[in-house]
Write a protein that binds this ligand. Structure first.
Ligand SMILES: Nc1nc2c(ncn2[C@@H]2O[C@H](COP(=O)(O)OP(=O)(O)OP(=O)(O)O)[C@@H](O)[C@H]2O)c(=O)[nH]1
Length: 382
C-alpha cells in the first residue's frame, strides 16, 4: 500500500473516531459470468436506498466491458478507460482488453481510494462490481492490488455470487465451491457465499450439502456415472469424495445466504452477514494485515539502509579516484527553473460522478449518460 493510502486510511480512522461513526464496509462482489453480480449490486443498492433513513452506498463499477449497468455507479472504470480503444491500440482480444483496461485503471487506484475516503463519513457501504470474467479479477495482479488496497483501508468482505439453479448437480456444486475456496485462501478476507436466484431454485439443498457431509456423499452416489461397469466407484467419484472432505473444513469459515436479486428476498439477511463479517475483519484480518505491513516495512527499511550504505561507499571511492570531477559535480540551485516536467501532481483523473448530486441522491438509471470521451481520458485536470 502506498504511503498516501496508508495516510488516507489513518485519517478515515481518526475521523471515524471523532464522529463516532463506524467505517463503511466494502463489499467486493465476485462471481462467474451470468451469476447475477450486476443484478445483485442493483438490488442491494435499491435496498439501501429504501431504508429509513436511506443509506445510499458508494458504488464502483470495475467492469470495463459491460455495455450498461442497471445501477448508476459513483466511479465507473468506463469513464476513465475505453476498453474498445485499448483492444485496438494494444492489438488484444476481449479478455486481454479487459485485463489491460483493469491494469491501467489500477495505476490510478490511489485516486479512487482518496475519493472513497472522502465519502467514508457519509456512507455505510462501498460496493465494488467486478468484471464478468471472474479470473480476470481473481487471478490478476490488478485484482489483488485493488483488493489489498481496499482491504487495507476499509473493513472488507467478499460476496461470492453463485447461480443456484445451475449448481444443483453435485459435481458443479463442488467445482464452484473449490473456486470459492481458492478465492478465500487468496484474499483471506471474510467471505459470504451468496446463493442467488432463489426465486428459481431455493438454496436449501446447498445448505444441507454444506452442513451434512453424508448428505453430499449420498447425492454424489445417486448421480449417474459415479460407478463403473463393475459397480466400483469411478475415478471421478473417488476424487470428488476426497475433495468433499477437504471442503468440509472450508465450509466452517463461511457464511451462506440465499437471495433473489430479482425479488429482493434474503437481502436483509445478506446485510446481517455483512455486519457479522465486519467484526470478523476487525478481529482476524486487521491484526494480520498490520503484522504483514510491519514486516514489509521492516524488510524494506533494511533493504534501503543496505543500498544507501553501498551507494555511499561507492561514492567515496569514486571521489577519491576523481577529485576534480567530484569538485565540479556540485548542485547549483540557480540552475533550477522550478519545473522539472514531472506531472505527478496532476491528480484529477478518476471521475466521481456523484460530485454534483451528493449527498445521497438516488440516480435514475434510465437517464442517458453522456460518454464523450474518446479513448483513455487521463490526465484530465480541472
Ligand atoms: N430469476 C432470476 N434471475 C436473475 C437473478 N439475478 C440475476 N438474474 C438474471 O441472470 C442474468 C445475468 O445477470 P447479470 O446481473 O447480468 O449477471 P452478471 O454476473 O453481472 O453477468 P456478467 O456481466 O456476465 O458478469 C440476467 O438475465 C438477470 O436478469 C435472480 O435473482 N433471479
Amino acid at each position: 500500500m502506498s504511503t498516501e493510502n496508508a495516510t488516507a486510511s489513518c485519517s478515515a480512522a481518526e475521523s471515524a473516531l471523532k464522529t463516532g461513526k463506524k467505517k463503511p464496509v466494502a463489499i467486493i462482489t465476485i462471481g462467474m459470468a451470468g451469476a447475477g453480480k450486476s443484478t445483485f449490486v442493483q438490488q442491494i443498492n435499491s435496498y439501501l436506498h429504501s431504508l429509513d433513513p436511506p443509506s445510499p452506498p458508494y458504488v464502483l463499477n470495475l467492469d470495463p466491458a459491460v455495455a450498461s449497468t442497471s445501477y448508476e455507479a459513483n466511479i465507473d472504470i468506463r469513464d476513465t478507460i475505453d476498453y474498445h480503444k485499448v483492444m485496438k491500440e494494444y492489438n488484444l482480444g476481449p479478455n486481454g482488453g479487459i485485463l489491460t483496461a483493469l491494469n491501467l485503471f489500477t495505476t490510478k487506484f490511489d485516486q479512487v481510494l482518496d475519493l472513497v475516503e472522502k465519502r467514508a463519513d457519509t456512507v455505510d457501504y462501498v460496493i465494488l462490481d467486478t468484471p464478468g470474467q471472474i479470473e480476470i479479477f481473481t487471478w490478476s495482479a490488478s485484482g489483488a492490488i485493488i483488493t489489498d488496497a481496499v482491504a487495507s483501508s476499509l473493513p472488507t468482505v467478499v460476496a461470492y455470487i453463485i447461480d443456484t439453479p445451475r449448481t444443483t448437480a453435485p459435481a458443479t456444486f463442488m467445482s464452484n465451491m473449490l473456486y470459492a475456496c481458492s478465492i478465500l485462501y487468496k484474499t483471506k478476507l471474510p467471505f459470504i457465499l451468496v446463493f442467488n436466484k432463489t426465486d428459481v431454485r431455493p438454496h436449501d439443498f446447498a445448505v444441507e450439502w454444506m452442513q451434512d457431509f453424508e448428505a453430499f456423499q449420498a447425492a454424489l452416489a445417486s448421480h449417474q456415472g459415479t460407478t463403473d461397469d463393475e459397480g466400483e466407484p469411478t475415478y471421478m467419484n473417488s476424487l470428488m469424495n476426497s475433495m468433499s472432505l477437504v471442503l468440509d473444513e472450508f465450509y466452517k469459515h463461511l457464511t451462506a445466504v440465499g437471495v433473489s436479486s430479482v425479488t429482493g428476498a434474503g437481502i436483509k439477511e445478506f446485510f446481517d452477514a455483512v455486519e457479522a463479517s465486519r467484526a470478523e475483519y476487525e478481529k482476524e484480518y486487521l491484526p494480520e494485515l498490520q503484522r504483514a505491513r510491519e514486516a514489509r516495512e521492516k524488510s524494506l527499511k533494511g533493504l534501503k539502509d543496505e543500498s544507501l550504505s553501498r551507494f555511499m561507499k561507492d561514492l567515496a571511492i569514486d571521489r577519491e579516484k576523481n577529485p576534480a570531477a567530484a569538485a565540479a559535480d556540485r548542485w547549483d540551485p540557480s540552475a533550477e527553473d522550478g519545473d522539472d516536467g514531472d506531472d505527478d501532481d496532476v491528480d484529477v483523473n478518476i471521475i466521481d460522478r456523484s460530485d454534483d448530486v451528493w449527498p445521497g441522491q438516488y440516480i435514475d438509471v434510465t437517464r442517458m449518460r453522456p460518454r464523450n470521451d474518446e479513448g483513455m481520458a487521463w490526465p484530465r485536470p480541472g
